[in-house]
Design a binder for this molecule. Structure first.
Ligand code: AMP
Ligand code: MN
Ligand code: MN
Ligand code: MN
Length: 283
C-alpha cells in the first residue's frame, strides 16, 4: 500500500487549534495514513494522539518542531521518530518552556508600552499547560480588536522588527540536533525558504546542519508553489539531504492548508521516510 504522509502539523499542545485527538481524526478523514505530530518545543500531545491513531489505524510518528538558534538567527528543526520520553529531550523541553514564558512577559511589556494591557494574563490562560507562542499573542490581539487577523497581528506587532518583537536565544542548533538524533529520530530542516537566507548563508547553514547530524529538509510544504518545490529540491540534492513533506497545519480555518494536501515529493529526491528504521518510534 502506498502511504499518504504528512510529517508536520500542530495541536493544542502548542499553537494548533485542534486537540491531538481531533487532529488525528481529521488527518484520517483526509486520507493521511502516516502522520507526524510536530508541536513547537513539546511532545505533550503525543500520548493522546497515539491512542486515537491506534484506533484509526494511522501510523503515528513521534515528532517535535524545535526552535533553534544559530549565528544569531532562529530556525525550526523538525524531529521525526524521536523518543518522546528521552530524558535529555524532556529537560530541553522544560528549558524551552521557561524561555517561552520569559519571552511572553517581554512581549506583553512591549504591548503594554503600546497601550495594550492584559496580554500576559490572557495568553497564559489560553495556553494553559501548552507552549506559549506568538500565535497566542496574535489571537489575543484579534480578540481585543487591535487587528482583524492573525496575519495583521504579525505584520503590525509580532514579526521581526515590529514593536512587540523580542529576539530570543533558543536551543543551540548542535544541541537541538543531538536531542533528536540521540533519541532515535531524524532531523529535518523545516520550511527552508521561509528564513529568507542568501545562497551563501543557506550553504553555511546546511553545512553546519549536516555536520551536526541533520539528515533531511522539507521539500514540500502546505502552501508552496512548483518553483519553491524545485528550489528546495535543489537544496536537498546539492547537500545530499532526504526530502520531507509536511503541511504545517495549524487550523481548519486556514483554507489554504489542509492535512495531507501536499504536492508529491519529486521522484529524484530520497524520501525521508526511507530513513525511518527499526530505531524510529512509529506506532
Ligand atoms: P513562536 O515559535 O512563538 O515564535 O511562534 C511562531 C509561530 O507563529 C509559527 O510557527 C507560526 O505558526 C506563527 N507565525 C510566525 N510568523 C507568522 C506570520 N508572519 N504570520 C502568521 N503566523 C506566523
Ligand atoms: Mn506555529
Ligand atoms: Mn515552523
Ligand atoms: Mn510548524
Amino acid at each position: 500500500m502506498t502511504e499518504k504522509y504528512d510529517l508536520h502539523c500542530h495541536s493544542t499542545a502548542s499553537d494548533g487549534v485542534l486537540s491531538p485527538t481531533e487532529l488525528v481524526q481529521r488527518a484520517h478523514e483526509q486520507g493521511v495514513t502516516a502522520l507526524a505530530l510536530t508541536d513547537h518545543d513539546t511532545t505533550a500531545g503525543y500520548e493522546e494522539a497515539q491512542t486515537t491513531a491506534s484506533k484509526a489505524n494511522i501510523k503515528l510518528i513521534a515528532g517535535i518542531e524545535l526552535s533553534a538558534s544559530w549565528q544569531d538567527k532562529s530556525f525550526h528543526i523538525v524531529g521525526l521518530g524521536i523518543d518522546p520520553h528521552y530524558p535529555p529531550l524532556l529537560e530541553a523541553i522544560r528549558n524551552l518552556q521557561v524561555i517561552r514564558l520569559e519571552r511572553a512577559g517581554k512581549i506583553a511589556a512591549k504591548l503594554e508600552n503600546k497601550r495594550i494591557p492584559g496580554a500576559l494574563e490572557s495568553v497564559t490562560k489560553a495556553a494553559g499547560d501548552s507552549m506559549i507562542t506568538r500565535t497566542h499573542f496574535a489571537d489575543f490581539l484579534v480578540s481585543q480588536n487591535h487587528v482583524s487577523s492573525q496575519q495583521e497581528a504579525f505584520d503590525r506587532y509580532l514579526a521581526k522588527d515590529k514593536p512587540a518583537y523580542v529576539a530570543t536565544v533558543w536551543a543551540e542548533l548542535d544541541l537541538a540536533l543531538r536531542w533528536i538524533t540521540q533519541s532515535g529520530g531524524v532531523a529535518v530542516l523545516a520550511h527552508p525558504l521561509r528564513y529568507k537566507l542568501s545562497a551563501n548563508w543557506m550553504k553555511r547553514l546546511l553545512t553546519a546542519f549536516k555536520q551536526a547530524g541533520g539528515q533531511g529538509i522539507e521539500v514540500v510544504t502546505g502552501r508552496c508553489s512548483a518553483d519553491e518545490i524545485k528550489l528546495a529540491a535543489t537544496l536537498a540534492n546539492d547537500f545530499e539531504l532526504a526530502g520531507s513533506v509536511g503541511s504545517d497545519f495549524h487550523s481548519p480555518a486556514n483554507q489554504w492548508v489542509e492535512l495531507g494536501r501536499l504536492a508529491p515529493l519529486p521522484t529524484h529526491i530520497k524520501p525521508v521516510w526511507e530513513l525511518f528504521g527499526q530505531a524510529v518510534n512509529i506506532v
